[in-house]
Design a protein around this ligand. Structure first.
Ligand SMILES: [Zn+2]
Length: 543
């Protein structure tokens, strides 16, 4: 683990404007800097960077934090990786303490991978299978193709090399059943799967001895989340950035064969469909996304779902479907590289693919079916930006052979609808801001108020009490519409807020018919006294 001292040392070297301006174009705006937010689509900048406070915050989507947090979010890195990246950017040396668990973890996966690789080299059945698929010696090495032996052999290997069995179990290499420990990969060709930190996080395995599941993956573990990762990303990464393209396929062999043929931006999902969890990774480097799936029913449907999701998230790119029972690996094997080149440069746009898919489900010669197709396609179109809706209503109308004005598009932008509901109260927010500016004020304020007195921003005030450094409060800190209070003004504003609170309490009390007379008049007297004192600018304790 990286020592705390060296992280603190690094932090002293960081200047947030410098860090962020290496990725975004920042424009000066008063005491702060502004940019269009990289984390949500927008045309007017609401992403603010404060050099004074060394934080950033987006008023559009609410993200925010310090320089390290920015690198984590923008580069999609884990905390230690972000630290390492910044350290190398600023030439700061980090120190590590060595007896940490994560390193032990990775050692198990690394050494089991080396073991599998060695076994593969000595296993003719495995080698013959891989060669029969057209995979070259070079690719075998590059993708570290291995072979997992019989269960007891793997267990013995772990034991003989004094590897931590508990770690091996936790990382999904082995598991325990009725008859003790067993290997999760038995007589399978293995493909190591790398995480974003370029370390092995799991394996994929293909049987060559007829085990029931053709392909299996490591189970979900604390370091392996298969719905976030893509096979081959570690190898494709640099080229994805360079060529602004990523080819998403369905299988390990597709990835390996495409790379072999020079399509070095190919990756694959890990036995799952593309999900929202994949989007941050796909977004890295803003590449065009090519979804390259088989032409069977499952492939077509998966491509449809991916198209809907990617178009709604406004990704560029499109769909390539392989017909005649071929997959990308077969195409490479048969030498159809030119053809691949052509189809990858000319994918069908996500939106037109999705519309075609919807329309193809119905028999549009039947007016009733046609109506249904229109309805479904309309619903989908409405989930897109206005520009796309306008662009594709013509396409849909032609597809259904109807008049364009029958395609109803939504006139309101989606984002505006999402944002309109939250009400803000300047007086309450200004008090919260004053405390954020000077946290030592919190004790003093808490003597007088409780979160109850906040009508609109109770939640934020409670967050302030529980964690004053929570990054979601940065929006308040950077809100230029809020005045900066000195201690005197803060006290005055709290008096005003309290007297408002007690007045409304008094009002409810006056109309309360359940209290007995004596108690009620006693309470009323107390409240009136409080309000009187507050109006004179005198503090009263909250109760
Ligand atoms: Zn944003």
């Amino acid at each position: 683990m990286i020592t705390k001292e060296s992280i603190d040392n690094l932090k002293n070297h960081l200047e947030i404007v410098d860090v962020i301006s290496q990725s975004l174009e920042l424009k000066k705006s008063g005491a702060n800097f502004k940019a269009c937010c990289p984390f949500h689509g927008e045309d007017t900048p609401s992403f603010v960077v404060s050099p004074a406070k060394q934080i950033y915050h987006c008023f559009g989507c609410g993200v925010g934090g310090d320089a390290i947090k920015f690198i984590m979010e923008y580069e999609k890195l884990a905390y230690p990786e972000a630290i390492e990246k910044l350290a190398s950017m600023y030439n700061v040396t980090l120190s590590y303490d060595d007896n940490n668990k994560p390193k032990q973890d990775l050692k198990v996966l690394d050494s089991i991978n080396q073991y599998f690789i060695k076994l593969f080299a000595n296993n003719n059945v495995a080698k013959d299978y891989i060669k029969s698929r057209g995979i070259s010696e070079f690719s075998i090495e590059k993708f570290e193709i291995g072979y997992a032996p019989k269960s007891f052999e793997t267990i013995n290997y772990l034991k003989n090399n004094y590897l931590n069995l508990a770690d091996a179990k936790e990382l999904g290499v082995i598991d325990s059943g009725e008859n003790g420990l067993y290997s999760r990969f038995i007589e399978r060709i293995t493909f190591p799967i790398y995480g974003l930190n370029s370390k092995i996080v799991g394996f994929g395995g293909r049987t060559i001895t007829g085990h029931s599941a053709k392909y299996i993956n490591s189970p979900q573990t604390k370091i392996f989340n298969k719905s976030k990762l893509l096979y081959g990303y570690n190898i494709a990464k640099e080229n994805i950035y360079k060529r602004n393209r990523i080819i998403v396929t369905e299988g390990y062999l597709d990835v390996i064969m495409l790379h072999q043929a020079g399509f070095n931006t190919a990756v694959a999902t890990l036995g799952t469909a593309l999900t929202k969890d994949h989007l941050p990774l796909l977004r890295r480097g803003e590449p065009k996304v090519i979804v390259a799936y088989d032409g069977d029913k499952a492939g077509l449907n998966a491509a449809f779902k991916a198209s809907v999701m990617l178009s709604q998230s406004e990704f560029e790119g499109g769909v390539v479907i392989f017909g005649n029972g071929m997959d990308p690996a077969d195409m490479v094997k048969e030498g159809k590289v030119e053809e691949l080149n052509k189809v990858f440069s000319n994918p069908q746009a996500f939106i037109s693919y999705a519309i075609d898919y919807i329309v193809a489900k119905y028999n549009i010669n039947d007016p009733i079916q046609k109506q249904k197709a229109l309805q479904e396609a309309n619903e989908y179109l409405k989930s897109l930006s206005i520009l796309y809706q306008d662009e594709y209503k013509r396409y849909l109308a032609q597809k259904l052979n109807i008049r364009e004005n029958l395609v109803k598009i939504s006139t309101q932008s989606r984002r505006k609808v999402e944002n309109s509901s939250t009400k803000i109260d300047i007086a309450e927010l200004s008090i919260i801001k004053a405390i954020l500016e000077k946290p030592s004020r919190l004790d003093y304020v808490l003597d007088m108020v409780d979160s109850e007195i906040f009508d609109y921003h109770k939640e934020q005030f409670e967050l302030l009490i529980s964690d004053i450094h929570d990054s979601s409060l940065n929006g308040i800190l950077l809100n230029e519409r809020l005045e900066d209070y000195d201690d005197e003004r803060l006290k005055k504003e709290i008096c005003i807020l309290l007297s408002k609170y007690y007045s409304s309490k008094l009002n409810t009390l006056l109309y309360d018919k359940t209290l007995d007379f004596k108690k009620k008049s006693n309470e009323i007297r107390k409240l009136k006294d409080k309000i009187f004192q507050l109006k004179q600018g005198k503090m009263v304790t909250y109760n």
